[in-house]
Design a protein around this ligand. Structure first.
Ligand SMILES: *[C@@H]1O[C@H](CO)[C@@H](O)[C@H](O)[C@H]1NC(C)=O
Length: 457
């Protein structure tokens, strides 16, 4: 049986809670049913009064007793309806909540999460708090060097402001649509520091590369391409409070020291198949890639896949970064943002606690154009400059690398590089490190002097 529309009653006594007004199908004899209800309820009232022991005169419809009793009966019927409506509302809210949220963990299910992937616990983190990544079902650790780290509030705005003022943000947002590289292609940019003051600003270089076709993605990697660009990006990290992140990582993994080895950004609009890989292996658990989501298209789902036995998908959060370290297999989550001209941009920050054991592997990294692959001298000169377990070192009070004998290996570098050979992954560039300004000469670099003084921010 269908419920009688409460509108009938609310005409007599306004209901505080109104049920949704149904429109009943016209095939039903609604008016007849209401008439029937009305007749039956007046005789029901009479019978109720008689059974209570009232005098038959008092059951006449004009009698005060009848009217009083009828009003009371109606009031209590109205209360019953109110309770029913309230109970129904609660049930609906609970059902809705159960669909999206787990009452115990307070984690709500996101319709963009795929059942093909495992998922991780993502408890809220304080800035500078690191936690190993764990599976959300059995709470087991995913991999010994995969973690989430809470970000200082100013980190993301500082990094975005930095690449914006340099002109890089605009390029990253538009290049993949307007002027994409072919697979295996590269391009070089000259920028100036947003932090440098004075009339003459130094130039430094960034480059962008697109990986080979087998990556099945239009991913473009933007990276610092010389030491001046590298040093300048370190000032942005210092300004953004990245010391808190370094400290969290150093303590979590019981490291001795850390330095930031390279800074870059990955931009992608379309990724058919994530290429699962490791950034570091056999580094004694002392080299990492820290990933920070810079921007994501609004409708985007999870962005990163981490694999350890099974694949799990995870978002980059605005207040936490994802750390992948020694042997952590990971890759980009399949994505396609081309409908909305969306671009996903992620910062990738390489870190290392350098030891004699892992020096060769750390120096041999081929991911980025800078630092040049295999230059053990340069990377050793960076050792421990940004964090130490005794708390002496930091990005904010960075004194720079150790001395470096910057020299050209080739003769005639001026001639060899006059047609732009410095701006390319060329033999001339690696043979003419001084002429190509891949490194900053110590006369200008001034090792041991506060970087704040040399570069500002
Ligand atoms: C920076 O590059 C521009 C354009 O190539 C050049 O005109 C300028 O002199 C350079 N600045 C310095 C300080 O070298």
């Amino acid at each position: 049986m269908r419920p009688i529309s409460p509108v009938v009653i609310s005409a007599l006594l306004p209901l505080p809670i109104l049920a949704k007004d149904h429109t009943f199908p016209s095939s039903l004899k609604l008016q007849e049913a209401l008439n029937h209800y009305s007749v039956e309820s007046s005789s029901l009232l009479k019978r109720a009064l008689l059974s209570a022991g009232f005098h038959p005169d008092e059951t006449l419809e004009i009698d005060d007793t009848y009217l009083d009793f009828a009003t009371r009966a109606l009031r209590s019927e109205k209360k019953r309806l109110d309770r029913l409506l309230e109970a129904k509302k609660t049930l609906q809210a609970e059902a809705q909540e159960q669909q999206q949220c787990n009452a115990e963990t307070k984690q709500c299910k996101d319709p963009k999460l795929s059942s093909e992937f495992g998922h991780f616990l993502t408890p809220p983190l304080q800035p500078g708090q690191a936690e190993l990544l764990r599976w959300d079902d059995d709470h087991s650790v995913v991999q010994p060097y995969a973690a989430r780290v809470g970000l200082p509030e100013k980190l993301l705005p500082t990094l975005i402001d930095y690449v914006d003022r340099m002109g890089l943000l605009d390029i990253m947002k538009n290049m993949l649509y307007d002027d994409p590289l072919p697979p295996d292609g590269d391009k070089w940019f000259t920028f100036q520091s947003p932090y440098e003051e004075g009339p003459i600003k130094r130039n430094f270089t960034w480059n962008v590369e697109r990986p080979a076709k087998k990556w099945k993605s239009d991913m473009h990697w933007f990276n610092v391409a010389d030491e001046l660009a590298h040093e300048d990006s370190l000032r942005a990290l210092a300004k953004g409070g990245f010391d808190e992140v370094l400290n969290a990582i150093g303590e979590q993994f019981h490291l001795d020291s850390l330095h930031v080895d390279s800074v870059g950004f990955v931009a992608v609009t379309n990724c058919e198949r994530g290429f699962i890989h490791t950034d570091w292996e056999e580094v004694d658990g002392r080299a990492f890639n820290f990933l920070i989501g810079i921007q994501s298209p609004e409708e985007a789902g999870p962005e990163l896949v981490i694999e350890s036995g099974r694949k799990g998908e995870v978002y980059y959060e605005s207040n936490a970064g994802v750390l992948v370290g020694d042997g952590t297999r990971h890759g980009t989550r399949e994505c396609d943002h081309r409908q909305t001209r969306g671009v996903r941009i992620t910062a990738s920050i390489y870190l290392a606690d350098l030891t004699e054991n892992n020096l060769k592997v750390a120096a041999g990294d081929t991911t980025s154009i800078f630092p040049p692959t295999g230059d053990e001298e340069w990377i050793w000169a960076q050792r421990g400059r940004h964090w130490s377990k005794d708390g002496d070192r930091s990005l904010v009070n960075d004194l720079g690398r150790k001395e470096l004998n910057v020299r050209d290996e080739f003769k005639d570098c001026l001639k060899l590089t006059q047609n732009g050979e410095c701006k390319g992954n060329t033999e001339e560039r690696s043979g003419c490190l001084k002429t190509c300004k891949v490194y900053v000469h110590d006369d200008e670099y001034k090792p041991g002097v506060s970087r704040k003084e040399i570069f500002g921010y």
